[in-house]
Design a protein around this ligand. Sequence first.
Ligand code: PLP
Length: 399
Amino acid sequence: MTEIFTGSFTQQEPIPEDGIAAALGVMKSGRLHRYNTIDGEIAQTALLEEEFAAQTGASYCLAVASGGYAMTTALRASGVEPGDAVLTNAFTLAPVPGAIAAVGGRPIFVGVTEGLVIDLDDLEEKIDQANVLLLSHMRGHICDMERLMQICDDAGVTVIEDCAHTMGADWNGVPSGRWGKFGCYSTQTYKHVNSGEGGFLITDDEEGMARAIILSGSYMLYERHRAAPSREVFEQVKYVTPNISGRMDNLRAAILRPQIKDLPRQCQRWNALYKVVEEGLRNTPGLAIVERPEKEGYVASSIQFLLPHWAPEAVQDFLKGCAARGVELKWFGGAEPVGFTSRYDSWRYAESAPMPRTDSVLAGLIDMRLPLTFSIEDCALIARIIRDEAMARHAAAAQ
Ligand SMILES: *Cc1c(COP(=O)(O)O)cnc(C)c1O
């Protein structure tokens, strides 16, 4: 019998009941804007920032309108100006080079390894070309952060971390987002917490956070922020920092507070699903698992595997076979971007030189979401389907 999967790869869990109740409270008050508070009231947004700062161990936190906005704000607060080069990953999603383009910067792409992390040898070669690295922990894969920080510190390069896929993850016990000057997060529906749209910026740098808060549109009401530096720091930068509105509102903050509290449990649930798919795919002929380093405390809200040296037609046929059985996979090796699978050479507003090693990794890179609405049994079934479809083709797939 041919097994078929009938679940949805894009269905998230409902907002927790206490988040719904808190959201109703905000709506009944009418005070949705973060600075619209009555005497003695602390805005939901300010409380959320304090809670996320405490959870990550950061001194300061700012909640904003999107993950992309968090990145552009971090770039601006780090002094990136139009025309400046910014190092970033060749393998990431479009909002990352997009954030660099938004501040008028020029992305310099750094390659990807078979472990799906930034190629640190390539980074070493290109490190002299920019003052800032926007590092994307793409699909939750974290590189050797000790070596990366060594390379960047030695060269005086500021690191901004894109943690859209690593909220709750760590390298060697230090949370992702706490290695660089800024950590940027997204709270958009397809990330680790869900407020529809939204994001966070964390840092220990007091001047950087003062700039970020003013950039986000504080109307000089920065004293209403709690996970923020002292008034004196704001006074040093307030006249030279433009207001580029991108605040979070109290409704989203109310929805997020219980989700942030519950994040550690959710991370364990993701990893439990991941392990079932990983085990189910292990030792499949023609298919390579991406092994996780011991120091990486990952949160696997998606899974990737490689079909090394498969001909493009064979990959396409494999994807079709899986799709016919209800398993939706994404392929980063396609010539044209489909959905979110664009790559460095799809972003034609930015110059790039060919990167053969990166191209050969991406040519066989398959990606699959693992929403928490999947059960352990769903994951076992999905792995059996992928395994079947790969085995049916791998002998003929070699190019
Ligand atoms: C989603 C995402 C972002 C940005 O998030 P938005 O909130 O959609 O702006 C940044 N980086 C990566 C890798 C992402 O997947």
